[in-house]
Ligand binder design. Sequence first.
Ligand code: FES
Ligand SMILES: [Fe+2]
Length: 460
Amino acid sequence: MSMLEQLNRYGGWPSNTPCPYDWDELIQEDRVHRLIYTDPQIFTAEMTHIFAGTWVYLAHESQIPNNNDYMTLRLGMRPIILTRDSDGELRALYNRCTHRGTTLCRFEKGSAKSFQCPYHGWTFRNNGKLSGVPWPDGYAGDFSDPKFNLAQVSRVASYRGFIFGTLNADAPSLVDWLGPIATPIDEWIDRHPGGKFRVCEANRLMYKGNWKLAYDNSADGYHVVFSHRSLLETENRLMAPNEKGMSYYKTKPDEQPMYVAYMGNGHHFKDKRPNLPKRVGGLWALESAHPGKEHYEEKFRAKYGARADEFLDLAGSEPVNINVFPNLSLLGNHIQVIEPLSVNETNTTWYGTAVVDDDNVLDGAVDDINALRMRTQEGFPNFGEVDDLSNFEEIQHGLEAIEDEWVYMHRGLGIPGRVKTHDNGVITAPATDEVFMREYIKEWKRLMKHPPNLHVRREP
Ligand code: FES
Ligand SMILES: [Fe+2]
């Protein structure tokens, strides 16, 4: 067994030492052990078993729309250049020179047919092939061996513009792995004219806590009125009670039509759309106050007349949290990406999205829609997400109490009739239930127990 196979098999600890963890002890039906959030060895194992062993979201195609466009990101801890190469193929190249290992590209994004290493000048085409080295007569052999071409993520696939990658040869197809969560993703995409949108710039937030704290929280309907109280009060200050923003959490959220769902393979979904009034303009009517809103809305209505409500709904925030394990959330109109940095440091990046009107069906309103849409997208990352991040950091502090071992996620468990399993395997429950956490962490456990079949590829 090669050293790489040994490391992957045992998740980063020495191969002659048995895995020190009993995963069934750490992950129980009603609770999980603090170590899964605090142990650096478990984090190291996650970077192969989860952030290589299953499909991981990389970026949206609209971020690299043209041939030769690229952006840099991470797949777990691996530095990656995601590029649409000169022939239009999507590739996730390791951002790691095959000579001595330095990162090749230090820019966030750009357009390039090739990448020249800043250290000794080896140059690689954007399909990963080595195209030249300085003073080659100093080498006895030639460079035709593929081992000198850049490593690449072995499987890269796109679902309707959302690009994912995995190193696991045994992972199912992307579509099979998405399964039922593809339906709300389709609905999220298709609410845009022609099913088209583009990704804009982002709010970038880092917190000092484990990455799973963000994923645990992403469909949590239990925390809203407590954690986001100040935002909720702000949203409702100028309005009648229970009309705006997150107000449907104010009283008896479990008795309302919104629900939480576990969608299989670690994916989960908070669907607040059933709470909406079913009329054109209903989504916009829920939109909370923001500076200048009345003024802009008045001008918008005067300009677009009978179609104003339809257009304003495109600016309004879609009331869904669609969470694709392990690192992608569609929250309102945002695309949020969770990026682990270490066992107790995580980036969360909230990309805004904009409507595209290639087919000219919006009466020239697209820029005005996007201007309002951007205002609606400024709210939560600035005034809500900070509440969540501070909770995640405080959890990380709390979990340093070594002797107090357990974290509970049993809300809804054992109450007859509360949690429903449907024919397609989807599990639904009232909005504040923690069933989605209990189920996704079982998928995490399954992946941590079984070594993935990891492969990189190189151009021949
Ligand atoms: S490390 Fe890249 S050329 Fe030497
Ligand atoms: Fe929150």
